[in-house]
Design a protein around this ligand. Sequence first.
Ligand code: SPV
Ligand code: MG
Length: 557
Amino acid sequence: MATKLDGAADNEAPRSKSGKLKHALHKAELAFIMEAHNGLSAKVVEEAGFEGIWASGLAMSAALGVRDNNEASWTQVLEQLEFMADATQIPILVDGDTGYGNFNNVRRLVKKLCQRGIAGVCIEDKLFPKTNSFIGEGQPLADMEEFSGRIKAGKDNQEDGDFQLVARVEALISGWGMDEALRRAEAYHAAGADGILIHSKKADADEILTFSREWAGRAPLVIVPTMYYATPTDAFRDVGVSLVIWANHNLRAALSAMRDTSRRIMEEQSLASVEGEVASVKEIFHIVGQGELAAAEARYLKPKVGEYKAILLAASRGSALGPLTERTPKCMLDIRGQPLLQRLVTIFNDAGLRDISVVRGYRKEMIDLANVRAIDNDAFAETGETASLECAADQLDGACVLSYGDILFRPYILENLLACSGDITAVIDARWRGAGHRAAERKVDLASCSRAFTGEYLDQEPVWLNAVHATSAEGGEEIGEPSGEFIGLIKLSAAGAEAVRQELAAMKSEGVLDAADLPALLNRLIARGERIEALYVTGHWLDVDDAFDLAKARNLV
Ligand code: SPV
Ligand code: MG
């Protein structure tokens, strides 16, 4: 029994595409490559798990609607190959026909294939323009020495050291017999071919098996069992074949499927019966990597306003409002004929944001707004803002604005926020001590930023948030002179939303989620190295904590 050549050790990773093809040809086990004729079929071959792709001349020609007679020019083939190589990670062995001419054409072909990331080429010892081997009898062969010159020229000019050149022997097909086939194989091996493809058009594999035994592993042996398809694959293993090419079955499968589908749609004048039998449009999007593009867009494109989601946190009762919130959560208190939350939703809608989620808790049945997604934090009584936000974590899957559910602000504030470019931007009121804010009487989230608000027209340098500290009438942390008050409005890019999602998960696993508020979340993000942009505003917003605020809100609108 002949054995396949000993090859490179399997643990030599990572390999280039040509290195992978070289390995497939030289390793001890039998390798398989499968036909593809364009980018999509190349992806299908890769997806199925093949070690490589056979870029079949017959299949690529037929896919272009032309014959396997070099009717497609070599540069047109090159263009198809570029799509196939770009679409896949596995190596491509190209059917280079006769090399499109003499040694001069072969060396230019090899150079160009190396430049396009093609792993290897197979050239056959016939004459340009070629005819498919299964057509007619006794096709003329190239002169053996002249063909050896094509091989040498190809190998001398490969820009990629591992590029593989396979020499295809047509002597059996053209009726020249076994001795001539072996003589030519030996000459091509001596000329530098990395492997020998012995081709046959017989329905049984006898001549292939005989050749393989006689060849006895002098160089890797490649076969194309299109006509002797019934031969068990183990028979090829037993005689030391290195690489089997399944040469045209994707093209043939596609032709059958396309014919059947077209015929049925033509006859039935309807798509109904074929719909379940063809690949879904979704599958097409998936195989061409639409998901990767969406991720790249999120990374590289500024989101359009309409792509922002909004999450409004409205789970708390608002106890400071006493009996007013006994039956109604404070976000649903009436502000001149409309609930506070409805007014907030309208601000978002007017700015172009349509996808709005509200996290409900206290008296959740009272919160039922049109075109707003309701998300429930049923543990609202024992938890706070970050726990509510975590209930909406599924919505943090792209650019997003987070807002307290009990604030109102002039629309330009949201407009300015959406124009900010940072991944995470928090709105800070520089005028927090201003009239009517009554900071000494209530809990305020005081922010310290990289620099103070200037109000200068030309001041466009970014400001960064350093920390947010909760303080109250009873006194809070000493933070020196604060830069302003965090108003409860945050803009997140897709990356920012992902960072928030991860931080919420971390807080959950550390057991600190339930007690935390948005300032705590911001501080943790800063601590882990996220840069949080501060957008200064000067008033023009309010939050509703008590009856006084409520009166003010009723005056605002
Ligand atoms: C091809 O697939 O184009 C081949 C193999 O060259 S064969 O069609 O068998 O010649
Ligand atoms: Mg071919």
